[in-house]
Design a protein around this ligand. Structure first.
Ligand SMILES: *Cc1c(COP(=O)(O)O)cnc(C)c1O
Length: 359
């Protein structure tokens, strides 16, 4: 098999060594005579996979396991949009949001079903081409919610807002563990695994235990954080295979030199591609104008000559590059270069961008 450069926004490219090991695990896991797909979620073997992934994640995030825990849940980040307000807002309660794109819009729409939403900042009028990092908080919120990386628009928070005593929460689906972040500033962070950490099928909820203990208990059992917290995410059958793969990806991050090394390679990849785009302003229009808000994960751009979009895509495909089409709601192009995306792939795209512009 010849691997292509997969720029897909998610599910996204995974480290080849992880795929190989998972392939072996699908055959047989830990000399058990069983596939990882066949073992009981109540077995000792699975417990080591489950708690191993939890502990690795906390360690890589620099979080103390006496204060923070990890829940493995289903339903994607999209279910978290609803579970959060369902568990933390009562009618009349307010949640503050930084409105930075389509994902924050979806999160706010769900919060409105359970409480009041205060938009603490928005750049909707500028089509989310930058982030307004200056939050005007309501002063009465149960929590403040940000989207650390805006996957569709291509912006990213490179510093965290100060929310005082109000718990800071984040959807970090598309940049978790991609660069050094002081995660201790957050009361809760959630992320679907399929962009930076593994396959689709499991959502990671990393939360302060003291925050979780304030969750409501009215929701259906499976939709209460407390259910999963009390049962260590083993209340029902967890997505065993997805969690197993997240564990392998976390180990790969450690073996690659940790977050510092990952961040270094992510910065190099982004720099190479942005530089190629900026070098040809007559050919390309990067979607994000404020350099300080540009995402290291999702690079969004358009061709000045939209007539040539098909030609651009066909040329990319011929060079073994896929997944460059922009999100269906915004059009244009998007190069998603998460942790496992290889540095050589960024150079290959930059070279193509330069050739295509000159042509
Ligand atoms: C992909 C994505 C989502 C949606 O995730 P699902 O797991 O598909 O529900 C939510 N937020 C952000 C920032 C994303 O990138």
């Amino acid at each position: 098999m010849k691997r292509i450069y997969n720029f897909s926004a998610g599910p996204a490219t995974l480290p080849p060594s992880v795929l190989e090991e998972a392939g072996r695990g699908v055959q047989e896991i830990a000399s058990s005579g069983m596939s990882v797909l066949e073992i009981s979620h109540r077995s000792k073997l699975y417990e080591s996979i489950h708690f191993g992934a939890r502990d690795r994640l906390l360690k890589l995030m620099g979080l103390d396991s006496s204060q923070y825990t990890v829940l493995f849940v289903g339903g994607g980040a999209s279910l978290q949009f609803a579970m959060l307000p369902m568990n933390f807002l009562s009618s009349g309660d307010t949640a503050d949001f930084a409105h930075t794109g389509e994902w924050s819009a979806k999160a706010m729409a769900e919060a409105k079903r359970f409480g009041l939403v205060h938009v603490a900042s928005t750049t909707a009028e500028q089509k989310f081409s930058r982030i307004d990092k200056n939050l005007r908080l309501s002063g009465a919120a149960k929590y403040v919610h940000i989207t650390t990386n805006n996957t569709i628009e291509g912006t990213q928070w490179h510093s965290l807002p100060n929310t005082g005593d109000v718990p800071l929460l984040a959807d970090a689906s598309s940049d978790i563990l991609s660069h050094a972040v002081d995660w201790n500033r957050f009361s809760m962070v959630y992320a679907g695994a399929q962009k930076n950490l593994g396959p689709a099928g499991v959502t990671l909820v990393v939360a302060k235990k003291s925050f979780l203990s304030q969750a409501h208990e009215q929701a259906p059992t499976m939709l209460q954080y407390k259910t999963h917290y009390k049962a260590d995410s083993l209340y029902n059958t967890p997505p065993v295979f997805a969690i197993y793969m997240v564990g392998l990806v976390l180990k790969w991050i450690e073996d690659s030199g940790g977050i510092g090394a990952i961040e270094k390679s992510n910065r190099e990849k982004a720099k190479v591609i942005y530089s190629a785009l900026d070098q040809f302003p007559d050919g390309y229009e990067p979607a994000v104008t404020d350099f300080e808000d540009r995402s290291l994960m999702n690079i969004t751009f358009r061709l000045r000559d939209a007539q040539r979009e098909q030609k651009f895509l066909a040329g990319a495909e011929a060079r073994g590059m896929d997944g460059l089409k922009g999100h269906r709601n915004v059009g244009g192009f998007r190069a998603s270069i998460y942790n496992a995306f290889p540095v050589q792939g960024a150079y290959a795209l930059a070279e193509y961008l330069s050739e295509f512009a000159q042509e």
